[in-house]
Write a protein that binds this ligand. Structure first.
Ligand SMILES: N[C@@H](CCC(=O)N[C@@H](CS)C(=O)NCC(=O)O)C(=O)O
Length: 226
């Protein structure tokens, strides 16, 4: 089946966008990348809302469809391109369940409390916090750090059950697409992942693969020049 180049709307620092970048890399699928500047609230501007009213990245335009939500996007890519690159979903039902369980834990419990910009601003408004709460050493960042510290032990437990060199056995897949950006996110918030032996090992192994290394926030075209 021939396809025109898919379009990925994402953001350099967005962990959810990074999940999709990794999946595309593992599958060897090229996309046209259209960055959305979250700090300038481009996600809530009419131009982007007309593409995705949910006003979040990532969004993948493919096969005439507009796909949102990183984990279902990864599953779509795997079903749509079963014979390209890496199989993202493991072969056995038990391992597929474990991969989805890990992905759900990260995507529905760990990452949402990293408080994307809109949520942070809403908290400040609702709780009447000083806008300082949004800052680098403010209450929102402290909350995120505390949440990551509280949830990383469970992620380590979930991953260590089936881990080989990657989250499930010795091949990269869906779980790694989700776990790797979460570890990068934890580091960004000043949380050390080294005490978590399995996660730290998988982090190092992933970094050695181009699909993961090329997905790093600082390597994206919309990353600020330092
Ligand atoms: N569950 C969604 C989460 C998407 C999400 O949280 N996106 C963030 C960036 S990582 C976003 O677009 N935030 C915009 C905002 O906070 O205004 C997914 O997995 O794709």
């Amino acid at each position: 089946m021939s396809v025109s180049k898919p379009i990925l709307y994402g953001n350099w620092r967005s962990g959810s966008s990074q999940r999709v970048r990794i999946g595309l890399g593992l599958k060897g699928i090229e996309v046209e990348y259209r960055p959305i500047d979250l700090l300038r609230s481009e996600q809530t501007a009419d131009a982007f809302r007309s593409i995705h009213p949910g006003a979040q990245v990532p969004v993948l335009l493919i096969d005439g469809l507009t796909l949102s939500q990183s984990v279902p996007i990864l599953e779509y890519l795997d079903e749509r391109f079963p014979d390209r690159g890496v199989r993202l979903l493991p072969r056995t039902i038990e391992h597929r369940f474990a991969a989805r369980e890990i992905a759900a834990f990260v995507a529905s419990f760990m990452q949402p409390f990293q408080l994307p910009g809109v949520t942070r601003r809403r908290m400040v408004q609702v709780f009447g916090l000083e806008t300082h709460a949004l800052g680098a050493d403010g209450a929102c960042r402290e909350f995120t750090r505390a949440h990551l510290e509280a949830t990383l032990p469970e992620l380590e437990r979930l991953v260590s059950r089936h881990a080989g060199t990657f989250c499930i056995g010795d091949a990269p897949g869906l779980a790694d697409c989700v776990v790797f950006p979460q570890l990068i996110g934890a580091t960004t918030f000043g949380v050390d992942v080294k005490p978590f032996a399995t996660l730290a090992r998988i982090h190092e192994r992933c970094l050695a693969m181009p699909a993961f290394a090329d997905s790093l926030p600082e390597r994206q075209v919309d990353a600020p020049v330092r």
